[in-house]
Design a binder for this molecule. Structure first.
Ligand SMILES: [Zn+2]
Length: 247
C-alpha cells in the first residue's frame, strides 16, 4: 500500500470534461509540486498518449494543470506555478481542455485503427509500441516488410482504415475481470498488461485491445486517415499515420 488510496480514474468510463474532486495531498516530487486528488477526469500520460491539460478551480481561483502523470495507482497533477490557493481537504472543480482531449483521443484511436487495418489486410505482425503524439504518430510491429512492398501496403491500409471510418462504427469498451479471458477478445495481449486486476478492453473496428487511453465515441469522428510511410526501425516495422487530414 502506498501513502494514499489509488486515484479513481473516471476518464476510463466517463468522457466528461468537468467535475469535482477532493485534494488528498500537495506533494513535492522530483518533477515539481503535484496535486493528488481522490478521483480525476485528467488523463495521465501513458500508453503512447499525451496527458490532458486544463485547470483546477477553487471559488474563482484557477490553477493550470500542465502535466499529469500516473505512478503506482496515483495520478499526479502538476500545476502551473505554486498552487498556494489550493489546500488539502479542499473540494476543487476539474476542467479538462476539451480541444486537446479530442485531438489526443482521435490520434490514439487512429493507432488502434492501424492495428485493425493490418489484421483485415492480412498482415499478421505483433504490435509492440504506439506513439500517439500529434507531431508524428506511428505504430510499431515486430517483423519486416520488404522495401518494394511498403508503398502498396500504405495504400491498402489507408483504404481499409477509411472504409472502417466511413462505416461509422462505435468504439466499444468493457472490463474483463480475468487475465486469461483477454485472449478471447484481443488478438495480442502485451507482456506489460497486469495479471492481477481487471483490465479494460477497447474494440475498434471489431478488434479488441487492452487499453487505458481515451478514444472517440465513433470511428466516423476520425475524418480521413493517411498512412504516409512504412519504414524499418531497429529491426521493426514502423507504420506512420495521420488522422483528421483532408483528402
Ligand atoms: Zn486505446
Amino acid at each position: 500500500m502506498g501513502k494514499f488510496p489509488h486515484t479513481v480514474l473516471h476518464y476510463l468510463s466517463d468522457p466528461s470534461l468537468e467535475g469535482s474532486a477532493e485534494i488528498f495531498a500537495i506533494e513535492e516530487t522530483d518533477f515539481g509540486l503535484a496535486v493528488i486528488l481522490d478521483q480525476t477526469l485528467f488523463y495521465p500520460q501513458g500508453g503512447g498518449q499525451p496527458c490532458d491539460h486544463g485547470f483546477l478551480q477553487v471559488n474563482d481561483q484557477k490553477v493550470g494543470v500542465i502535466s499529469v502523470r500516473f505512478d503506482a495507482g496515483i495520478v499526479y497533477h502538476f500545476t502551473e506555478g505554486n498552487p498556494e490557493v489550493l489546500s488539502i481537504g479542499d473540494t476543487v472543480n476539474l476542467h479538462v481542455d476539451g480541444e486537446r482531449r479530442a485531438l489526443n483521443s482521435k490520434i490514439h484511436t487512429g493507432g488502434h485503427l492501424i492495428d485493425t487495418a493490418m489484421i483485415n489486410c492480412g498482415y499478421d505482425f505483433n504490435p509492440i509500441k504506439g506513439y500517439h503524439f500529434p507531431d508524428s504518430p506511428y505504430v510499431e510491429y515486430e517483423g519486416m516488410i520488404e522495401l518494394e512492398d511498403r508503398e502498396r501496403i500504405c495504400r491498402e491500409l489507408e483504404v481499409e482504415a477509411n472504409h472502417l471510418i466511413a462505416s461509422g462504427q462505435p468504439v466499444e469498451s468493457f472490463i474483463v475481470d480475468e487475465y486469461d479471458q483477454l485472449k478471447d477478445y484481443c488478438p495480442t495481449v502485451p507482456e506489460f498488461v497486469p495479471k492481477d486486476k481487471p483490465i479494460r478492453v477497447v474494440k475498434v473496428g471489431g478488434v479488441g485491445c487492452p487499453c487505458g487511453g481515451t478514444h472517440v465515441a465513433d470511428l466516423s469522428q476520425l475524418g480521413q486517415l493517411r498512412v504516409p510511410k512504412i519504414k524499418s526501425k531497429g529491426g521493426n516495422i514502423r507504420v506512420s499515420y495521420r488522422v483528421g487530414v483532408s483528402s
